[in-house]
Design a protein around this ligand. Sequence first.
Ligand SMILES: NC(=O)c1ccc[n+]([C@@H]2O[C@H](COP(=O)([O-])OP(=O)(O)OC[C@H]3O[C@@H](n4cnc5c(N)ncnc54)[C@H](O)[C@@H]3O)[C@@H](O)[C@H]2O)c1
Length: 284
Amino acid sequence: MASLKTAAFELKTHCQRYDGRVVIVTGAAQGLGRVIARRVAEEGASVLLADVQEARVQRTAEILAKETGARMIGVGGDLSELGVADAVVKRALDEFGRVDTLVNNAAALIRMRLMEFTEELMQKAVDWNVWNTLRACRAVLPPMIKQNYGRIVNIGGEAWRVGVPYHTLLAGVGKGSMVGLTATLAGEVAQQGITVNCVSPGALESEADGDPEPNRNVGLGRDPSWTPKAVLDDLNALGASRAIALGRLAHPTEVAAAVAFFGSPEASYVTGQHLGVSGGLAMI
Ligand SMILES: NC(=O)c1ccc[n+]([C@@H]2O[C@H](COP(=O)([O-])OP(=O)(O)OC[C@H]3O[C@@H](n4cnc5c(N)ncnc54)[C@H](O)[C@@H]3O)[C@@H](O)[C@H]2O)c1
């Protein structure tokens, strides 16, 4: 395996903002979602990890439960399909009795020119980058409204803001709409004790997720044909020439720290906001 380029965030958290709280993290079998699940568990949360990779998400939940001592369950299913997000929320309520925080992290990293998408893949890219989030939000709102408390944190991305090529579906449609959804849904549920915010990574070393056997090229998000080698080479060259002010990729723990704030009770007066955690790739 190639060696990792980034180092885990050095400062261990002393926060315990999630004692007694229940968090659902989507796309948590691997990558950033796995690291977010671990971070909120370290702060005291019980966590439901949801992912279309059923076996892998269950394995991740077992490993993280052992590592953190937290209560964790892994639930399989494609969140873009009708009923799956509702079943995930029901499972969290059955197991843990409430849902305080939803982190919409699941996405399918399909990067190619718009002209090169087949009709079928274009539709799937919208399903896996827009519909999964919409369905998860709808499913989680009823219990959050009932308890008059909730935190929704959407994982965006900066590629749409800085015009990175090959990202029309993933970022232009997927992440651009995520920011709009964040603001409008925040306005809709503000009076019901629910906040909605968005955290956008720039370039992220998501393989540095702490898994003893990181998953590089399998799973819904990592079909190698969705980011052809020529595209990857071009993106790497662009990354080298483009201005990431901090001059390196993010380690997932650096993004998870921002997510943990927005998802916690502490972020009580912040809603409808978008925070880039992108090393200065986009400055405002
Ligand atoms: N990797 C980066 O450089 C980068 C940059 C900016 C933003 N992001 C965003 O960060 C988030 C995590 O990215 P990552 O690099 O860890 O990706 P990843 O591909 O490693 O993980 C995404 C996970 O989501 C799951 N998933 C995808 N669609 C799903 C669905 N419909 N239902 C259930 N599970 C589903 C996949 O199986 C996978 O486990 C994504 O929202 C991504 O767009 C990543």
